[in-house]
Design a protein around this ligand. Structure first.
Ligand code: 5AD
Ligand code: FES
Length: 358
């Protein structure tokens, strides 16, 4: 079938998706243009911001790709104080970011759970609850998810990393701390509790095929999630998965594959929120702009105090590690204008797909 014909279909099936993932050159550009058209007509040219606060790199997990995995003893561990986090949130508010995202290595001890609840309350006190709160704190019990939701968090990101069970276990150790089915259960629990739930995958992993990637997109549609984050996999020398660094696609190809995933998903789920992940910018200086032009509509500028950022290198050469939050602020505004997009300040920027469903 002709690409133009596939792009006009109402519902993409697995074979269409694989075909679109394999496009190159002019056909790939055609896909990107179509995704941009769909986004502009359904969501306009607006870009939402989430000020990212990297709370801690202490983690109970040992994901084989991740630079801050528990077994990497080269990392100096840190944890922001409650006051530091609240300061970051205040800064987000001053910069007119409508929302913050709190991300951390995974911990589920009672002290941690209580601290997060307290933080949510304190952030909600800033200007009468004007900041939206997204959490990205890994797998937790349903009780914990409920407690945080009731405290005022309304979005939660938990990437499935790969929806293919076999690949999942090639990139995670197979033990009680890393369980594919528990991860699925967590996503289901978040959806059931009423969070705007986000998930996602890394693109360009060793052993990942186009068919597996197509399965990931079908998984997002089947779960009817509100948000998706996808970024290129970047191999980290201090991780076990680094041994396959020579088996992953070249940076250009990983970038294009990520953009194709974003573009196809925009066709499949026109009104969800999709983030232009920082990893995009790490492998291509214009990576985030390209992701926005391929269909993404959210950016997460880093608000973590600069002295800690070096310790949150889940992958090497992360973009913006040396930049001050205020610099990111003006830089992003200029970058988005340059590609005909506009940042929406002071708004939570909820997923339109989610709002309509409610
Ligand atoms: N390359 C790219 N993305 C990574 N992540 C973790 N390690 C890497 C890596 N080496 C992503 C995971 C995780 C998110 C916070 O960062 O998808 O969910
Ligand atoms: Fe950080 Fe541009 S977003 S400097």
């Amino acid at each position: 079938m002709d690409i133009a014909e596939i792009l006009e279909k109402n519902r993409l099936e697995r074979e269409d998706i694989v075909r679109l993932l394999a496009t190159q050159g002019a056909e790939m550009e055609q896909l990107f243009r179509k995704a941009l058209d769909v986004k502009l007509s359904r969501l306009d040219n607006k870009v939402h911001l989430r000020g990212l606060i990297e709370l801690s790199n202490v983690c109970r997990k040992s994901c084989l790709y991740c630079g801050v995995r528990r077994d990497n003893d080269k990392v100096e561990r840190y944890m922001l104080t409650e006051d530091e986090v609240v300061e970051c949130a205040r800064l987000a508010h001053q910069l007119n970011y409508g929302s913050v995202a709190i991300q951390s290595g995974e911990r589920n001890d009672p002290e941690f759970v209580a601290m997060i609840t307290c933080l949510i309350h304190r952030i909600k006190e800033i200007d009468n609850g004007s900041l939206g709160i997204t959490l990205s704190l890994g797998e937790q019990s349903e009780e914990t998810y409920r407690q945080w939701f009731e405290a005022g968090a309304h979005r939660y990101l938990l990437r499935i990393e790969s929806s293919d069970e076999e690949l999942y276990y090639r990139i995670h150790p197979r033990n009680e701390r890393h369980d594919f089915h528990r991860r699925l259960d967590c996503i289901d629990a978040l959806l059931a509790l009423g969070y705007q739930t986000g998930t996602g995958v890394m693109v360009g992993l060793p052993f990942q095929t186009l068919d597996i990637l197509a399965g990931d997109l079908l998984f997002f549609r089947e779960k009817d999630v509100a948000m998706v984050g996808m970024g290129p996999y970047i191999s980290h020398p201090d991780t076990p998965l680094y041994q396959y660094a020579d088996q992953i696609p070249a940076a250009d190809d990983r970038m294009n594959l990520t953009l194709k995933m974003i573009a196809i998903l925009r066709l499949m789920m026109p009104e969800i929120n999709m983030v232009a992940a920082t990893a995009n910018q790490t492998i291509d200086p214009l990576g985030r702009e390209k992701a926005i032009r391929a269909g993404a509509n959210v950016i997460m500028p880093n608000l973590t105090p600069n002295e800690y950022r070096e310790d949150y290198l889940i992958y090497p050469d992360k973009a913006c590690v040396g930049d001050k939050p205020e610099e990111c602020f003006s830089c992003l505004d200029i970058r988005m204008r340059a590609i005909g997009h506009e940042i929406l300040y002071k708004e939570w920027g909820d997923s339109v797909a989610f709002t309509k469903k409610m």
